[in-house]
Design a protein around this ligand. Structure first.
Ligand code: PLP
Length: 432
């Protein structure tokens, strides 16, 4: 399979090249030149087997083709269980059983396994530069830790991530190099971008990125939807409908792609926080990216959802067709707090602030009859509530147990090197 840019100005490339590049040279996002036809799929023995089967057409003809099963085996070594909620027909798809207790572990681990297998001159590691406001960097650092042939440089804004997040970023060591930058997240991102554009530096120090627009993170996210929906249909005869907490639209886009490939998913509803660019568009407004506003669901504080270009591509640029396909709703901080507190009080259910957006939207859809009685719906639970204990614990009035994988990370000593918010400072480190 070949991949082209959503902006149409870059040559078609194979999967390995698209994964290595991240962004296409024309600034667009890589998409398949032609989507494989929808086919009848069967859930494999486990998540890794389903992933391998679903992703095979995307790897056909690429150098990584024969490695696909091994990549999936290494990346998908933790479960994504679908559990019933108290309301009849409602479920939660728990995507937080990986090393950093968020769904980004799936994509980051798959990307690391792909990148480590790309051919490279002997003895020359590939260095991944990541700017993070918290969650992404932690998933990438954990996924790439001790993977042969890869080095990681993490930049985070000093004092502007939670103490628990800072700890996760700095506790790995070995091939993970963590810098606390005396500046904002935007400074970190600007420094990373400058490094990735520095061809003189890259002549002797090859660099790459691991951000959420990479195909190597998007494609594997289809796997948990496929495995779950296929198993659900085999057990009940019914498709599964979804509500996905949405920021950059990577997770939801994976569900949309999986459905296009024949996975038995019904409707896909998008739940955003107060950053309501997508709900405004789907309600009939123009697509109007805006500066992001800070919310309690901070991993979704996105004012310009990068994967929107892929959604437009999938629907052939026809806005009215695209609009008809989705429900998208915005949930503000007061609603997030209310739903977390009430669901705990009434049902004993605990959700992270991001998942709570999806729970609030599913409640609305049930109340309005859009999610009909007899239909099965699932909210994608994107993070474990204990990752956002400062928000969740006061609302439910008790402490949350930290999941074992995350607790193991938090038990390690952590260290981050201070770095000035200037590209020259980063360049010196990269050269050294
Ligand atoms: C990144 C993230 C999201 C948003 O996912 P997108 O793919 O950017 O839409 C939602 N919840 C959590 C916990 C996240 O870390």
């Amino acid at each position: 399979m070949l991949f082209v840019s959503t902006r149409g100005q870059s040559p078609a490339v194979g999967l390995s090249a698209a994964i290595a590049a991240g962004l296409a040279p024309d600034g667009g996002l890589y998409v398949p030149q032609a989507l494989p036809a929808a086919r009848t799929l069967q859930a494999g023995a486990n998540l890794a087997a389903t992933a391998s089967e679903l992703l095979a057409p995307f790897f056909a003809g690429d150098g990584l083709q024969d490695e696909l099963a091994a990549i999936c085996g290494s990346a998908f070594d933790f479960p994504a269980p679908l559990l019933p909620l108290a309301t009849a027909g409602d479920h939660v798809l728990e995507l937080f059983h990986g090393p950093t207790a968020a769904f980004k572990d799936f994509g980051a681990r798959f990307l690391a396994q792909c990148l480590s297998r790309l051919p490279r001159p002997a003895g020359q590691p590939l260095t991944i530069v990541v700017a993070t406001s918290g969650d992404t960097g932690a998933a990438v650092a954990a996924a790439f830790h001790q993977v042969p042939g890869l080095e990681v440089v993490v930049l985070y804004p000093d004092g502007r991530v939670s103490p628990r997040q800072a700890h996760q970023l700095g506790c790995l060591g070995d091939n993970i190099h963590t810098y606390k930058v005396a500046g904002s997240f935007d400074d970190c991102q600007a420094m990373a971008k400058q490094a990735l554009a520095d061809t003189a530096l890259q002549a002797h120090k090859p660099l790459s990125s691991a951000n959420s627009i990479s195909l190597g993170r998007l494609l594997p996210q289809m796997a948990y939807y496929a495995h779950t929906a296929l198993a659900h249909q085999a057990a009940t005869g019914r498709p599964l409908n979804l509500v996905v907490p949405t920021g950059n639209l990577g997770n939801a886009m994976a569900a949309v792609l999986a459905r296009a490939l024949g996975v038995p998913l019904g409707r896909i509803a998008l739940a955003t926080n107060a950053n309501a660019v997508l709900p405004a568009f789907f309600a009939g407004g123009d697509y109007a990216p805006a500066a992001s506003v800070a919310t309690l669901a901070n991993a979704m504080d996105v004012g310009a959802p990068s994967n929107f270009e892929r959604l437009q591509w999938l629907y052939g640029g026809d806005v009215s067709v695209l609009r008809g396909q989705f429900i998208a709703r915005s949930v503000d901080d007061a609603q997030i707090q209310a739903v977390i507190a009430r669901r705990y009080r009434e049902q004993g259910e605990v959700f992270c602030p991001h998942t709570a957006c999806a729970v609030a939207v599913l409640e609305q859809l049930r109340n309005e009859g859009i999610a009909q009685a007899g239909q099965d719906w699932a909210v994608a639970a994107t993070a474990h509530p204990a990752k956002f204990e400062a928000v969740v614990e006061p609302l439910i009035g008790r402490e949350l147990a930290v999941p074992p994988a995350l607790a193991a990370l938090l038990a390690r000593p952590a260290h981050a090197e201070p770095l000035a918010a200037a590209y020259a400072a980063l360049r010196e480190q990269l050269q050294g």
